[in-house]
Design a protein around this ligand. Structure first.
Ligand code: SAH
Ligand code: SF4
Length: 386
């Protein structure tokens, strides 16, 4: 429902749209028509949906609307990446980032305003949690980015080839809305993205990974970040609830459920002196020996008042070499859009925190800088890389 009390057509999966049309006494193919208008042609004015009869359009306008989240600002990095700040219904502001490369265009999408999981190296976590995004607010990010990138004008070009749920928030904490949005990303009547090219990144919510196979065939990235429970629990509190062995078991089960042969990406952020020792690399190689996977090493992106430093180039190279010698395919994530505060883990938006975690963050700011930054300041500070 939107604030006007109408049903928002944006964000309804094809299945849900069919149910809606059945309730309106209409045939299921109406769902296909509406999806094509919204997601393939970029039309959000029901009056312009000309293959739908006038009487049905009137009925649709009476009961429904197409309500997009509001884009507040746009920034372009020197490397060509773009970041948009989007206002969601709760009043919070969230961020999404487009990363163009020669052979693909990746959109990094947010799933929550803030995040409750409090990983110690993550700026989003430091902002605390405000709200889950609705399916409309999640797919609305793809709609907007596609629109801003000219995707609705140039029919032949598809600016967005990949979507990663690696923006603000833990996607599996917002399960149903993320599943609906992901279904629309992959739907042939909507964005038609390949299931291999839509990636859900999770910090390891085991019960949600266990039910994933009943809802999607999206690719999976797992934020592991440590080779043992002691260290992982220190930097990722969620590990106390779902330790590594359970996590890897659930990831393996999900991958086994997929009809094509695919492997998960294991994400490993490199924090200087914390988890980047050679022994950590050897332990990681041993830990993952029964899980076919790719490993993505992520240089730590700093943000205001963060406790960590990025690993040195030598440690990164050595870490990679140990894993490669053990037979793994290893990539190192290039830091993009750092100059506009849009690199991994730097996304903060402007979140009205409900957990008081940001108070702790602000206390730290006060002791370090002699002032409390308000949330907009935080964004500016991040963009300036204090
Ligand atoms: N909540 C999900 C997805 C969003 S975070 C998750 O944790 O997987 C997306 C990725 O950015 C994760 O791998 C996360 O660990 C990483 N990340 C978080 N903070 C970071 C930072 N400061 N520098 C680099 N990567 C970071
Ligand atoms: Fe949340 Fe992911 Fe950040 Fe952890 S890394 S606080 S799970 S967004």
């Amino acid at each position: 429902m939107t604030s006007s009390g109408k049903i928002n057509l944006l964000g309804l999966s094809r299945e849900k749209l069919k149910v809606l049309f059945a309730e309106l006494g209409e045939k299921p193919f109406r769902a296909d028509q509406v999806m094509k208008w919204i997601y393939q042609r970029g039309i959000v004015d029901i009056d312009l949906m000309t293959d739908i009869s006038k009487s049905l359009r009137e009925l649709l306008k009476e009961k429904t609307e197409i309500y997009l989240p509001n884009v507040l600002s746009e920034a372009t990095s020197v490397d060509g990446s773009q970041k948009w700040i989007v206002e969601v219904a709760s009043g919070s502001k969230i961020e999404m980032v487009f990363i163009p490369e020669s052979n693909r265009g990746t959109l990094c999408v947010s799933s929550q305003a803030g995040c409750s999981l409090d990983c110690s190296f993550c700026a989003t976590g430091k902002q605390g949690f405000n709200s889950n995004l609705s399916a409309a607010e999640i797919i609305g990010q793809v709609w907007w980015a596609n629109s801003r990138l000219g995707g609705y004008q140039k029919k032949l070009e598809r600016p967005i080839s990949n979507v990663v749920m690696m923006g603000m928030g833990e996607p599996l904490m917002n399960f149903e809305n993320v599943m609906d949005a992901v279904a629309i990303m992959m739907d042939d009547f909507a964005f038609g993205l390949s299931k291999r090219k839509v990636t859900i990144s999770t910090s390891g919510l085991v019960p949600a990974i266990d039910k994933l196979k009943d809802y999607t065939e999206a690719s999976l990235a797992v934020s592991l970040h440590a080779p043992n429970d002691e260290l992982r629990s220190q930097i990722m509190p969620i590990n106390k609830k779902y330790p590594i062995a359970e996590l890897l078991r659930s990831v393996q089960d999900y991958m086994a459920s997929l009809p094509d042969s695919r492997v998960p990406v294991i994400e490993y952020i490199l924090l200087r002196g914390i988890n980047d020792h050679r022994q950590h690399a050897r332990d990681l190689a041993k830990l993952l020996e029964n899980l076919p996977c790719k490993i993505n090493l992520i240089p730590f992106n700093s943000f205001a008042f963060s406790d960590y430093e990025a690993s040195t180039a030598t440690s990164v190279t050595k870490f990679r070499q140990i894993l490669q010698e053990a037979g793994y395919t290893v990539t190192i994530r290039t830091t993009r859009a750092d100059d506009i505060g849009a690199a991994c883990g730097q996304l903060v938006g402007d979140v009205a925190d409900q957990t008081y975690r940001s108070d702790r963050y602000n206390k730290k700011a006060k002791s370090k800088f002699g002032k409390i930054f308000n949330k907009t300041d935080n964004l500016a500070v991040m963009a300036d890389r204090v």
